[in-house]
Ligand binder design. Structure first.
Ligand code: XMP
Length: 510
């Protein structure tokens, strides 16, 4: 299989680069610069290498560097932003930094005629985000593009097939970014573009069929996209030897548990065990108001229930998980602080004995997993399911979690989602839901005084959920949702809209 190596120097766009390559039907894998040796690169016979950007300056002693021998492997290399500066530095050029030389945002790019820039007009728009710049290109390199401020926006060493771009072709604001990737992949690296996510998935099914035909496989199904697609892939491979355990903690959204059961057992005939454990979760959560404690309890009970069910199945050969590629990539950036103890259904229980872990989606991005799910016939409601926290509505009910509060929230949330979906917005928010505050307020219904809970509506727009903007939903949508919720959901007397972004707030209430 033709492969491109994306050598990660800590750039924020590393995944975007790999996505751009895969869009051209060429397989790309991201490896942190310090986890892959020159020898491994040589032996893997990559068709091409891309150096990502990164936040550092090449002269900073802490900045990531790589063995300069990589430039002489005979493999074409495209350096982007920091990656281009590093290439210049490694090849003997000079990188400079000056306050007034930095560029940020859409910038006019002037190009020379060159194979890397084939079909890119002499003048176009590119996306810049840098402070340092290449002041003197190394020997054997020539400048093939510039901007008003940047004397070397693109450079090339024809003989060694080394190329550097100061701008970001992977960002859509660069008008001809896709064309530059095509030129690099097909004309320069000689790729044929025969990789296809669905063929790849078919081959994976064949492989699993051969390997696990008569072995028992266990999977924790959450109803989320990743575990659902993993379950269907494995079901195609090993059929009834796959057992899926679906722990229904009673904290799912309205109708969700039934949809999962209907889809997997009903439509696909998957060997599914649905454990209705809500009583156990509500009793464990009784009287608990601290958010961290609630999360811990839900996580702990979840694992216990899963283990109990798994034990009934007996020894399994493999435990399957819905890990996807972004979970696997360890970026060059290092660890960030843990703000909340995230609980993921895929977390490894330590009591079940198994010989192997299978992660059928570990090479795929989320949208690729969705494409596979669609092909396998997963209903759109599951394929396009928005992110939902493992602890479920437990973190959307502030204060003590009771059956009654969860029921109210399920109704309010269903109304809100229905109204947002029906509005046909030009861009759907990336996550939108209702939450229940722990505060009651006075209201009036007919002539009577009421005292119900305050329900909070939240909608956010984000790329990565690390930061998020509150979405400017049209007033009409908010008005319809508010009036329906107060009319249709007994116990809620007031509705508010959350206008906090992340940071300083988080997406979830708790
Ligand atoms: P926060 O609230 O941390 O949420 O800003 C960011 C994103 O993560 C989701 N989230 C979770 N996902 N287990 C998960 O699998 C969790 O415990 C969890 N908590 C929050 C949240 O829905 C949002 O998409």
């Amino acid at each position: 299989m033709e492969k491109i190596l994306v050598l990660d120097f800590g750039g924020q766009y590393n995944q975007l680069i790999a996505r751009r390559v895969r869009e051209q039907k060429v397989y790309a894998e991201i490896r942190p610069f310090d986890r892959v040796s020159l020898r491994e690169i040589r032996e893997t016979a990559y068709r091409g290498i891309i150096f990502t950007g990164g936040p550092n300056s090449v002269y900073d002693p802490e900045s990531p560097h790589y063995d300069a021998g990589i430039l002489d492997l005979g493999i074409p290399i495209l350096g982007i932003c920091y990656g281009a500066q590093l290439m210049a530095f490694m090849a003997g050029g000079t990188v400079l930094g000056a306050e007034n030389s930095s560029e940020y945002g859409k910038t006019r790019l002037f190009c020379e005629a060159h194979p890397l820039l084939r079909d890119v007009p002499r003048e176009s728009i590119c996306w810049m985000s840098h402070t340092d710049f290449i002041g003197r290109v190394p020997d054997r390199f020539s400048i093939i593009g510039k901007t008003q401020k940047c004397p070397c926006a693109a450079m090339a060493d024809e003989k060694r097939r080394l190329y550097g771009l100061q701008f970001h072709p992977e960002v859509t604001h660069t008008e001809f970014g896709k064309q530059i990737f095509r030129n690099f992949l097909f004309d320069i690296c000689g790729c044929s573009g025969d990789w296809n996510v669905l063929d790849y998935a078919d081959r994976a099914v064949e492989k699993y069929r051969r390997k696990y035909a008569d072995k028992k496989v266990l999977l924790a199904l959450s109803g989320g996209v990743d575990s659902s697609v993993a379950a269907l892939l494995l079901h195609r491979a090993v059929g009834q030897n796959l057992s899926c355990v679906f722990v229904d903690h009673g904290l799912l959204r309205k109708g969700e548990g039934d949809l999962v059961e209907k889809t997997f057992r009903g439509k696909f005939g998957v060997n599914l065990v649905r454990v209705n454990a809500s009583a156990r979760f509500f009793s464990a959560l009784h009287g608990i108001t601290d958010p961290e404690q609630k999360r811990k309890i839900i996580g702990r009970e979840f694992i216990r229930v899963f283990e109990e069910e798994a034990k009934k199945i007996g020894h399994v050969h493999a435990l399957a998980q819905g890990t996807i590629y972004p979970d696997v990539i360890e970026s060059g950036k290092g660890q960030s602080a843990v703000i909340k103890s995230h609980h993921n259904v895929g977390g490894l229980p330590d009591v079940i004995s198994f010989d192997e872990i299978i992660e059928p989606l570990r090479d795929f991005f989320k949208d690729e997993a969705r494409a596979i799910g669609t092909k396998l016939g997963l209903p759109p409601a599951l394929v396009w399911r928005q992110p939902f926290p493992g602890p479920g509505l437990g973190v959307r009910v502030a204060g003590e979690v009771t059956r009654e509060k969860v029921r109210m929230l399920q109704e309010a949330d269903a109304v809100f989602r229905e109204e947002v979906d029906a509005a046909g917005l030009p861009k759907t928010p990336d996550q939108y839901f209702a939450a229940l505050t722990d505060t009651r307020s006075v209201g009036v219904m007919g002539d009577a005084r009421t005292c119900g809970y305050i329900c909070l509506l939240r909608a956010v727009s984000t790329d990565d959920f690390m930061t998020a903007e509150w979405t400017r939903l049209p007033y009409e949508v908010l008005e319809r949702a508010s009036s329906r919720i107060t009319n249709e959901v007994p116990g809620i007397s007031r509705v508010v809209y959350d206008i906090s972004s992340k940071p300083p707030a988080t997406v979830e209430l708790e």
